[in-house]
Design a protein around this ligand. Structure first.
Ligand SMILES: NC(=O)C1=CN([C@@H]2O[C@H](COP(=O)(O)OP(=O)(O)OC[C@H]3O[C@@H](n4cnc5c(N)ncnc54)[C@H](O)[C@@H]3O)[C@@H](O)[C@H]2O)C=CC1
Ligand SMILES: O=C(O)C(=O)COP(=O)(O)O
Length: 647
């Protein structure tokens, strides 16, 4: 536990008031109080900074997820924060967990002061998180993409069937009938009571008593008739059948395909529109993938399951409603923003859309006088798609695992703004990830002057076809290696591409398809930097670029080529590269200088063109040698150039 002494001058005697900007989980010990000043007390306080990260949970999260978070972090459950409160708290948090009710805006990232490392969305839709701002601030965004799929699909089906059979309207109608009876009878009972209490004029009271009962009975009679004939509205709520009808599933992803599967079970004919869905997945459950126009113009029911993006925003508008079959029925369990809500009201009024069942709205909660919500042909629920006990426990665990993993620096399988790869592939690629970063680091340190790097070519040699080798992660790590040694920018998987672009660094990728078994994901990776000069001339390839190449051996990164020189060096610690004339005694001379300087050598290897010709000595060192030590090595007559590189 780190401790930090500082001085505060509270203007009020209350020290805790002044220290409230610190995390509630930070322990503050006041150790000494000194003399009064004009402004108040001068106090020495010792603040014990808890080394555990702090996770702010801003919306209700399942207990199992909270327990998991608590094993690794301090958990601050502060629900219902307004935006300003969130912005104030965020600079004390390493991670933030939200559901759909919290807007994680650019301001949140800006005011985190760089501390926020991960935002966890306990659910699927990340339209409430400003992803560009997160990426620019190097903050990873992870979600829980699978645990609420079934809940959302079941809710979609619940709304579909409830809408077709007017369940919600009929239920409300019966209940409003009963309550109107209650309210109609109540005043007469009250009146009767008042008359009794008045006392005195007995005759008069009895007269009133009779009158009162007569009125009460007639009202009761009218009400019962109304309930039976009026609010027991069997003919008003005649529904429509689902069997044999066409359902268009718009967005054939996880939820959409589960809805389709269930709708098939109800005997519906299911078509789907999704520009990115694989046709074979649709075929496997007996669904035809069709164009947007065909889907909306042939469907009796339309169920929406695409994400809200700039491309899908208000894609259901006056124009698309006009192409629909008259009397179509629409279910939306995706996002309110995919529908132009005013256009939907117009379509409902004109009868183009017979009914809509909506779980989501452009503004949540919708305004109390929302014409859409109040429309008699609209059934609504308050964004309940993911709200089952099971789904909430599931998303809580899914997001907590992702957040803890991200805080530990592990690669996230549910990252939204960084390369996302399945866990098995991540584990297979892990040593190549390290190799990539080290190659980038090494290459950029070989550039004379360091900056000015603009054009980098990365070559991946593999027996695997492009579809079996996702290189985004490797590219991001090479970028990290290239940028970090020459800047103060912290690069991670999230902001690598963005930072490269911002610095005008163009990274092109090339693949060499090797023959043989694709057991290993990669044979070697090569990084070339064009249009620069090197501080170590040997690093230049024949075609004039700085070139380094590496392989993974025993899951460890190895440098195997510098320029055109073959070497074999484990890429650990730091390296001294030394170009020399190959002659006896070189290893000893260099080794003894380093020994005298108390620099521990982890390995030495010499690669040469031919005996007594040019050679490259690669020396792994545990400590950084002093400038004097490097100068002494450089002064050995056979040594032609030398460079020290931190990996
Ligand atoms: N109401 C609720 O409580 C819940 C709502 N959702 C929402 O449901 C939606 C779907 O979730 P998942 O199926 O888990 O996501 P997903 O990512 O598995 O599926 C979305 C599908 O939409 C497709 N798509 C993208 N652009 C499209 C376009 N222009 N037209 C048609 N399809 C398009 C994608 O290709 C993808 O297949 C999301 O918006 C999510 O936020 C999810 C869970 C609960
Ligand atoms: O997962 C989603 O996309 C949802 O819409 C669920 O939202 P919620 O977590 O219930 O606020």
């Amino acid at each position: 536990m780190a401790s930090w002494n500082f001085m505060v001058t509270p203007t009020k005697p209350s020290l805790s008031w002044k220290l409230s900007f610190l995390s509630p989980l930070t322990t503050v010990n006041v150790t000494r109080r000194q003399n009064r000043t004009a402004k108040g007390f001068v106090v020495f306080a010792t603040v014990f900074l808890d080394p555990k990260p702090t996770v702010l949970v801003a919306e209700k999260l399942g207990e199992a997820g909270l327990e998991l978070l608590k094993t690794f972090a301090n958990v601050d459950c502060s629900y219902n924060l307004d935006h300003e409160e969130l912005c104030t708290k965020i600079s004390l948090c390493d991670a933030l967990i939200v559901r759909s009710g919290t807007k994680v805006t650019r301001e949140v990232f800006e005011r985190s002061g760089g501390r926020l490392k991960v935002v966890g969305r306990a659910g699927v839709g990340i339209d409430n998180v400003d992803l560009s701002a997160a990426t620019e601030h190097g903050c990873l965004v992870v979600n829980a993409p699978t645990a609420n799929t079934i809940a959302a699909a079941e809710h979609g089906i619940a709304l579909l069937t409830a809408m077709a059979r007017n369940i919600a309207q009929a239920d409300a109608s019966i209940k409003s009938g009963l309550s109107s009876l209650f309210f109609m009878v109540m005043p007469f009972l009250m009146l009767q009571l008042v008359i009794y209490r008045a006392g005195g004029l007995l005759y008069c009271c009895e007269l009133n008593f009779v009158l009162c009962y007569a009125l009460q009975f007639s009202v009761q009679y009218v009400s019962v008739v109304m309930i039976n004939k009026g609010k027991w509205q069997r003919s008003k709520y005649v529904g429509v059948s689902l069997v044999g009808k066409t359902l268009a599933v718009m967005g054939f992803g996880k939820v959409g395909s589960e809805v389709a599967r269930r709708a098939k079970g109800l005997g519906m004919h299911v078509i789907a529109h999704d520009p990115y869905a694989p046709a074979d997945r649709a075929r496997a459950i007996g669904v035809d993938l069709v164009s947007f126009e065909e889907a909306i113009s042939t469907a009796d029911f339309i169920s929406l399951h695409m994400p809200l993006t700039p491309a899908t925003s208000k894609m259901f508008n006056d124009e698309s409603f006009s192409q629909m079959k008259k009397g179509v029925r629409i279910v939306n369990v995706a996002r309110g923003g995919v529908i132009d809500e005013e256009a939907l009201v117009r379509a409902l009024d004109s009868g183009t859309v017979a009914q809509a069942a909506l779980d989501v709205f452009t503004e949540e909660p919708p305004s109390k006088d929302s014409k859409l919500v109040l429309h008699e042909n609209v059934t609504v629920t308050p964004h309940l798609g993911a709200s089952t006990t099971e789904a909430q426990e599931g998303v809580a665990i899914e997001v907590a695992e992702a957040v803890v993993g991200a805080l530990k620096g592990q690669l996230a399988a549910t990252a939204v703004n960084a390369p996302m790869l399945p866990a098995a592939i991540l584990s297979e690629l892990a040593p190549f990830v390290t190799l990539s970063e080290k190659l980038g680091r090494l290459a950029v340190q070989l550039v004379a002057g360091g900056s000015g790097v603009q054009s980098v070519k990365v070559t991946y040699a593999s027996a695997r076809g492009p579809d079996d080798l996702d290189t985004r992660l490797l590219r991001a790590m090479i970028t990290k290696g290239l940028i970090e040694p020459i800047s103060s920018v912290f690069i991670n998987l999230v902001n690598a591409d963005f930072s490269a672009k911002q610095r005008g660094l163009r990274i092109t990728e090339e693949r060499i398809l090797l023959e043989g078994s694709p057991e290993n994901p990669l044979e070697f990776i090569q990084v070339q930097i064009a249009n620069v000069e090197s501080k170590f001339s040997i690093a230049m390839s024949d075609s004039g670029e700085i070139k380094v190449e590496g392989r993974v051996k025993d899951r460890k990164p190895h440098l195997t080529k510098i320029g055109s020189f073959g070497v074999d060096v484990s890429m650990e610690g730091s390296l001294i590269l030394c170009r020399q004339v190959d002659q006896p005694g070189m290893v000893g001379s260099v080794g003894s200088i380093l020994g005298e300087e108390n620099v521990n050598v982890s390995f030495m290897s010499v690669g040469r063109i031919a005996p007594r010709k040019q050679a490259v000595m690669t020396i792994g060192v545990d400590e950084e040698p002093s400038k004097e030590a490097l100068k002494r090595i450089e002064e050995i007559p056979a040594v032609e150039e030398i460079v020290f590189l931190k990996l």
